[in-house]
Every structure is written in C-alpha cells, then in structure tokens.
Design a protein around this ligand. Structure first.
Ligand code: ZN
Length: 242
C-alpha cells in the first residue's frame, strides 16, 4: 500500500492539486491538519481531500476557523484569515472540521498535527522536543506537521536521543529499527525558503518513505487571496516559501 502524507494545506488549492497530480499509485491520503487557514480555498481544499480515501486530524487553524480555540495567540494576519475562513465554510465542511480527531494511529504510525504530547499546539522544531515526545506515542513511527518545515528526527530506540536529518527528495528513506518522527513539510505554505509544495510518499510494502517537492502556480493562489482581501503578507510570503 502507498500512502500520501500531506500537512498544512492551508486552503491553497493550486498547491494541493499540484501535489495530488504528482501522486503515483497512491491508495490513501493521510492529512496532518491545518487543511484551512491563511489561503483562499477552504471549501475546495476540504472537498478535494474528501475525494480521496483519507484520514485527517485537527490542526490549530482548523479549530480556530470553527471557533473551538480563540485566536489571541495568532498574529493579526492569521487572525484575519481565520475570521474570513469562518465566514466561507459550507455547513458540511464546518462539520467535517468539527469531527476531526486530534491524534490517530494508522498502520503502525501515530499522526499528530503539532506533537504527540500536545497535538494542537506544540512545535517539534529541535531534537530536544522530539526526544520529549518519545514517551507520548507507542508506535515506532510518528508523523507531525505544524512547523511547515520538512525534517526527519531519527531516534535511537534505547538511548532516547534523536538526530535531526534533512530529507532527501530523491532517495527513499528506510523504515528500520530506529524510532522516527517525520514532518512532510507543508503543502500550502512552505517555510524553509523554497516555495514548492511538499508531501511524503509512504510505501508500506517496501517499508520506505520519500519526501516530495512539487512546483505549483503560486500566482494563481496569490490572485485569489488579493481578490478576497486577505492580508498582503500572507500572499507575498508564498513567493519566498517563508
Ligand atoms: Zn499550519
């Protein structure tokens, strides 16, 4: 079975469609949350996700859009986008976001938006946070999103230390005896200085995963954001992947 692991789509349909056009023999989509927020296409992104065999967990922007959490910790641009998103959501898509769990286990992988310890809010940026997460999931492997930065934390099963590895976009990474915390990066708002959409292909038969990088029509999303009067900083940053 082959699985596409996507995260932080952030209402960017052009990016999400470029990613799904890149799929080869994908049987399921696992989504790590933040389907909405920031971008211009919240309903279209949820509809597109639901057109695949999929599972999905909640991110902080999903909960902000439906008012389950306040936006006082968001910056003003993210707050404005959350309010705009709330006004756009079709009732069925509102319910879809309401029903998202915060954590899932699937085929030996734990899925959490931020971290398995604090799925909605915690960022796993450094190996110290990865190491602190190890007691909070029981599977060997865990996928997280939230930082929008593709990375692999490879953690010795007994020593409880994690090495931080940059993903290779060419070579499949083997699922071995180490525990792994894997971030596929963001589909709709990359933040590592490269503007391409990112995701991961997981091959459960070969026991490998591969990070993927896909160019998309950034200007198309930016035009829609301008038309919707979403904050300028939010569409400008897409050009730089930041
Ligand atoms: Zn996000």
């Amino acid at each position: 079975m082959r699985v596409a692991v996507v995260s932080d789509i952030h209402s960017n349909l052009a990016a999400f469609e470029a990613v799904t056009a890149d799929f080869v023999d994908v049987d399921e989509v696992w989504c790590l949350g933040d389907v909405v927020g920031y971008g211009p296409d919240p309903n279209e992104c949820i509809d597109h996700l639901r057109s695949f065999d999929h599972c999905c967990i909640a991110g902080n922007h999903d909960w902000a859009a439906i008012g389950r959490i306040g936006t006082e910790d968001f910056n003003p641009d993210a707050q404005a986008a959350a309010e705009w998103t709330a006004q756009q959501l079709a009732p069925a898509n509102w319910r879809f976001l309401e029903d998202l769990p915060t954590k899932l286990e699937r085929n030996g992988f734990t899925l959490a938006h931020g971290s398995p310890r604090d799925p909605i809010w915690e960022y796993i940026i450094y190996s110290s946070a990865a190491e602190a997460s190890l007691d909070h999931f029981t599977t060997a492997y865990c996928f997280v999103g939230h930082t929008h930065v593709p990375v692999i934390f490879s953690c010795a099963a007994t020593a409880r230390t994690c090495a931080t590895l940059d993903p290779s976009y060419e070579r499949p990474f083997p699922l071995g005896n180490q525990r792994l915390i894997i971030n596929p990066g963001s589909v709709g708002q990359p933040r590592d200085g490269v503007a391409d959409a990112r995701y991961v292909v997981l091959d459960l038969d070969r026991r490998t995963f591969t990070h993927r990088r896909v160019a998309y029509d950034i200007a198309k999303t930016q035009r829609k954001m301008q038309q919707a009067s979403l904050p300028a900083r939010l569409w400008m940053r897409l050009s730089y992947g930041w």
